[in-house]
Design a protein around this ligand. Structure first.
Ligand SMILES: [Zn+2]
Length: 208
């Protein structure tokens, strides 16, 4: 890609060219007045480098993947946080010192809540848990590793005495969970930790 532009009056590359021809020490970048040409050169170089990186998936698949990346502070997660805050719960977010960096951590109740995207975390039986038709092996490996990591994080949290809830993204609307599901979650948060696995199932909740 070639950029045509006019040098501004402040930019005078001539002295630097002369000094390099004479064998004098090369001028430092900072000595030179800022000129758009250097910036343009960098931009075009970056573009070239990017275009040289071959993608392992087709543009359509990449687009579908990117659209599904929500990660932290996704809209459904924010909605649930607002809902919990409104009824008086106070929590920490994405605590990296805990296995799996749970999205919502309620230390007072010794409970954590993960808000899982149905596609990446493979919500069983959910229409959003689709599988792209191309690169079947890549996806199978990716999904298996995600599920393994999730299960391991939950096991480690429970072993550390935390109770773990998973709220699936498809259960969350713009206003968060519907009233019956939200009541279910709040009732679960209010429970106490079942020590020594007296009833291990009560330490876990899945919504829906
Ligand atoms: Zn789902």
């Amino acid at each position: 890609m070639v950029f045509y532009h006019v040098h501004p009056a402040s930019c005078s590359p001539l002295p630097f060219l002369l000094s390099s021809i004479r064998g004098e020490s090369s001028p430092k970048l900072g000595d030179r007045p800022a000129c758009p040409c250097t910036r343009f050169a960098r931009v075009s170089l970056l573009k070239q480098r990017r275009s040289m990186c071959a993608d392992i998936v087709s543009p359509a698949v990449r687009s579908s993947m990117m659209s599904r990346i929500r990660g932290k502070n996704s809209r459904p997660e924010l909605a649930l946080r607002r809902q919990l805050f409104a009824v008086g719960y106070r929590f920490r977010l994405h605590r990296r010192d805990l296995p799996g960096s749970p999205d919502i951590v309620l230390p007072k109740h010794r409970a954590v809540v993960f808000v899982h995207g149905c596609f990446w975390h493979r919500h069983q039986g959910c229409p959003k848990s689709t599988t792209p038709s191309s690169n079947a092996t890549f996806w199978a490996t990716k999904f298996a590793s995600n599920m393994r990591r999730d299960a391991a994080a939950i096991d480690r949290l429970v072993a550390l005495g935390w109770r773990v809830a998973v709220v699936w993204e498809c259960a969350l609307g713009a206003a968060g969970l519907d009233p019956p599901r939200f009541s279910q979650l709040c009732a679960w948060i209010g429970q106490t930790v079942d020590q020594a696995g007296a009833d291990a199932r009560r330490n876990r909740l899945e919504v829906p």
